[in-house]
Write a protein that binds this ligand. Sequence first.
Ligand code: SF4
Ligand code: SF4
Length: 210
Amino acid sequence: MELILPPKLADELRVLYEDMEKAYDGVARRLGHSCDGCPDNCCDSYFLHHTYIEWAFLWQGLSALPEDHRRVLVSRANAYELEAQKLIARGKRPKLMCPLNEDGRCSLYTHRLMVCRTHGVPASMTRPDGKQLKFPGCFRCQELVVDQGFAEHELPLMERTELLQRLVSLEQEFLLGKRHIAPKVKRTISAMLIGGVPELPHCSDRTGKC
Ligand code: SF4
Ligand code: SF4
């Protein structure tokens, strides 16, 4: 596997991802929520992702796949982006299956991004400016909340603030403290596949030894 992230950062990102899963599972358990048997598949949601570190970790997973498989995924990503841009130009929000989804399953499950790990259950977060945001969760979770008659103050919520702060801190470390000058990342998973391993603007050695 190509070493794209310094091992320490890759380990810390894995721990963060595990913590996200624990937080998600805790809320899902309290609601009795599961994706099993859902008629929908959220992997066709149009999401943008914002960190170099997750982009690099995704490529660390991709680099471990056989060349042929990787080529198929990148080719699917190209088709996705073409179609997505056409829809966006017509003022529509794309609803297209993620190129990494194969037969309903994520082909890079261990390397999927934060949004893939947090989407679904009701959640809350506090923005840096202090504004509190609440997310109701997917339609199945919203039905469960209504069926079980949760009062608003009892509603189990996945608290995202600390998890996001940790991601930002890992991103800052990956960018050697230069996050403020790095071009903003605003990419679909497809665009991350097409873009290849992210080039860090200030550093030619991606393992962070420079
Ligand atoms: S998150 Fe909700 S809508 Fe999405 S697949 Fe799971 S149950 Fe279905
Ligand atoms: S990366 Fe995996 S989990 Fe995330 S949208 Fe794509 S297929 Fe689904």
